[in-house]
Structures are given as C-alpha cells and as structure tokens.
Ligand binder design. Sequence first.
Ligand code: BDP
Length: 599
Amino acid sequence: MLEYSVLYPVNNCARTAASLDGMWKFSFDPESKGVQDGWTEHLPNSISMPVPASFADVFTDHASRDYCGDFWYEKEFFLHAGENDVVELRFGSVAHRCTVYVNGTEICSHEGGFLPVVCDITKAAKRNALNTVVVKVNNELNESTLPCGSVMTLTSGKKLAAPYFDFFNYSGIQRSVYVVTKPQESIVDYDTSFAINGKDADVCYSVRTNGSHDVAVCLKDAEGNVVAQSEGASGVLHVTDAKLWNVRNAYLYQLVMVIRDGDTVIDSYEAKLGIRTIRIDGTKILVNDEPVYLKGFGKHEDFDILGRGFNYSIAKRDYECMKWINANCFRTSHYPYADEWYQLADEEGFLIIDEVPAVGMMRSTRNFVKAGTGGFTHFFETDTVPELLKNHKQQVEEMITRDKNHPSVFSFSLFNEPETTSKEAHDYFKAVFDHARPLDPQKRPLTGAFEKNSQPELCQVYPLCDFLCLNRYYGWYISGGGTAIEEAELKFRDEMDRWSKKNLNVPFVFTEFGTDTLDSMHKLPSIMWSQEYQEEYYERNFNVFDSYDFITGELTWNFADFQTTEGIMRVNGNKKGVFTRNRQPKASAFLLKKRWENK
Ligand code: BDP
C-alpha cells in the first residue's frame, strides 16, 4: 500500500490545488556539486525553464539537449493555507528521479520518471508567506532502473544517455505541479468495482481515510442528480436504470466521498466514474459482456519542442485524430502517461492498455534489431535483478494505485519486449504478476508485449498473461521490401499457425506492427519508406489478422512519428507514425479509417 495519496488534485470545500506551472529556474550540475554548494536553498546562475516540459528541445546546442546527469529546478510560491491544513506538493512526474527541498529542508525522494511524486511539506512550508521549492533531478539510466539503459562517458567526461529503447530520453518536470492543501483527516484512496444486473448496476466502493470519522458516499448522474447514496467506508451503491460506460460511447457519473463529523464536512473528494465491466471469455475481450475488437495505436507522449511535456492541445488533437480514424483503443507505450490522458479517454470512451515503464529489458541500445535476430543477453541473470525487480514492483503498484478507477483502463501491461526464453525471465515476471494481481480491485486482465524472439515454442512468460500482446514486424525488420513482402506473409502465417496449434483459448492482440514511412516519399512500385509501402504492409498484415479468429485487436506502431536517440537506423526519429509528428495523416491513415469504420 502506498504511504502517500496519489489522488488527482481538486479544489472543493475542503481542499485547494494551486498550479505551479510556468517558468521555473533551472541549472545543470554536471559535477554533482549542487548539494555541497548549497543549491538546496537557491540555484546560482540559473536560466529559466518551462514546466511542464522536457528541457531537451528548447536548447539550440548539442551539449544541453543531450545533457545527462544531475540538474535542478527552483520555484517560489506563496502559500495560502489554514493553520491546521496539511500541505503537499504533487508533481505529475519527474524524470527519472528527484529529491525535493522546501525552504532548504530535504522533504522526499522518488525513483521513476512517469508516476506522481507527492510529498508532505506541512512542517517545512511557511503559511501565508513566500516559500521556495528546489528539485534536484537526475536522468541517468542503468540496468536496475525502469526504463533500462546505460550511460556512456565521453573522453571529455561528458555523459550521454544510452537507452536500451527506441525513444528519446526526454527528462525534466514534464507534467503539472500542484500545491495541495487538505485537512489532517482526509481521504487517501478509494476503490470501485461493478456488477451489472439487467438494467441496474451495483457500484462496490471502499474509501481509505487516515482517520476514524464516518464516511458517506453518493453517486450523481451527469446532470448532478443524486442517484444512489451509502454510509460507511465501504459498501454498495445500487443504481437503477444504470447508464453504462461503453466503448466510444461514454457515460460518466460522479462519485462524491465525504468524511463527516455529524453535519460538519471534514474532507470531501469527488471523481468521475464510469460503470462498466471487463472480462475475458475464451478468445473474446468483453466490455459490458459485449465483445470488442481493439483498433488503434501504440503511442508516445512526444511532440516537437515540448518533448514529453504534457500539453492539453496536443492531447485533444490526438483524441480528435483517433476519433476521425475510427480507433477505440491505445497502449500507453512504454510508460504510464500524464493523468489528464486517462481523464480524456474516460470522457471519449477510449480503452487503454496501461503500461509500466518496463522497457529495455534486453541489453541492447537497439532492441528493435536484437528482437529480430534471436540475440540473447542473459538480462535476467545479472546481479542488478533484485534492485530492478524492487523498482518494477514499486512502479506497478504506483501505476495501478493511480489508474485503477479510470473506466478507460481495461488492462495493465507489465512489460514491453523483454527477454522471455529463460527460466530466470519466467521467475522474474512471475514475481511481478503475483505482485500486481491483488492490487487491482477490478481484477482487470494483465498482459505484456512480446517481441519476435518470444516464439510459441520458446517463450516462458506468456502463460502468465490473461491475453497475449504481440509486437511483430514481418515485412519490415523481417523480410522487408517490395517482392520479399510475400515471404514475410508466409513467415507470419507460419508463426500464427504455431500459436494456433497451442489452442491457448485466449485473445491475441497485435500491439505493434508498422513501417517507417516518410510523408514526403511516393514510389511506384513501392519501396520501403514510401507511403505506398506502408499501405501494402498494412494490407498484408490485415490479411493475416483476418485469418485467425483468436486475434481480437490491432494497435499499429505508431500513432505518430516520434523522437528517438539519433543513429543510422533513424532519420530524425522513428517514422512509423500513421500521422506525422505534427499530427497530419499519411496515406495509410485513410486505409485504416476505412477498415476500422466497419471492423
Ligand atoms: C519495438 C519497440 C518500439 C520500437 C519499435 C520500432 O517496442 O519501442 O519503436 O520496435 O522499431 O521493438 O519501431
């Protein structure tokens, strides 16, 4: 159980949430001298830096963009708070680890760059006065961090990130920061789960508080009418004529939780709630007992200049593009996204496979190449594994705690493309799955995405998954190119036949398939990188998918072009987007739109 509350900040009769987004002070600390030189109080010689944003792409020089090591942020804020209020800072995330200081006092440290950092600053903060928050951040990766990577040191002593994954190592304070005030006795967390009986529904709830006063709960419909109420920290809200949350047809109620002392409200927290059930039955994924075929994308939080910084306009545009193309689902590859992504998915009726940042679990700076060549690096046989497993479990716990009440989240993905063919890999992931299962009150399906070396005869990890997610590049990394693409289809069918013979009776979802495609290139007959090739590749892949009835979803790689580490395999990033990095459609977008209209 997390010791802190990751509930999204709200303003109401008991709580305040003041945004600290804007320009912060910023300094690089290549020699890691900040602590000894007193930066914990104040940064000398700082520059200004936007929050939320990645720092990399605002710079015009290599050294700053590619900076790897310690760096610092500072912000002053005026705290309006009552004498008895608890005061917290909540960072949506800080990549990849940080230590927070308020008025010079060290408050907390957090490992992992994609989940909230919440710290209690009640004692350190001055009420009704100016305060200074300083954050020491570090963006180095190693084989016990999530995601996995390493650091390269140049002769000059400069450090460079060498990620074991195919996206730029963006870092900084990339999501919104809030100063939160709340009462001492407060709502820490809550769980919901659902049972649908004919036209009615039961919402089972449980509210965790840090006190002993009574809890009351009510459910309001979208117009604000109370439709059910209950007393007690746990119970059932019976909803007659329930309006269900459906895929691409969402309905949201509001759950209002209150801690009371007689008629006095001590704390209150309200959140949107969608009533729906998720179940796997044989090879079908059922939402409200209706089968759903997943259509959509693996995505990234990625945009020009912003890097991985959350921005409402980009998120809105992405949902509009996904609606236009008739998608209904995406995977938060390869890390949990900002809270706001899930709030929008709840409203728009999108399904999300929510992924923990367990990517790069294969010792290779180009996992996409190793994946095709049968390379094996004994990743789970090294002495970093105990620390890695500890971090992995911790981040699974933080992710499920943060995201468990979103109707859009229908599955948790616990890895992307690790090595899976050894007993050590099996034992490692068994421990991760065993840790994850009891954390989800809705018992959603657990999964992970497998690369091509995870073949039916060799993979030791797939039996842990409730449904299988395959990343396959037949026609790109394997037998790619005009005439060879025929061979790719045969090889693809051969693999699927071998899965089929296993009679696993679980859904299979393709979570990655795609081709790098330049939006400027047309060629007849097609060649790799042309728009025509991307279309032919998709058509071939769809022929294969449509031949197996246990395939219940197709999430292409990727929604949009995105930035990666530079190298001979990447032309200003990964170009497998169906949309450009600027969110304009490539030719294949029209093909997908048509297919998904009727699928
Ligand atoms: C897969 C990875 C993904 C890469 C993709 C690719 O899961 O992160 O971006 O391949 O090569 O191996 O485009």
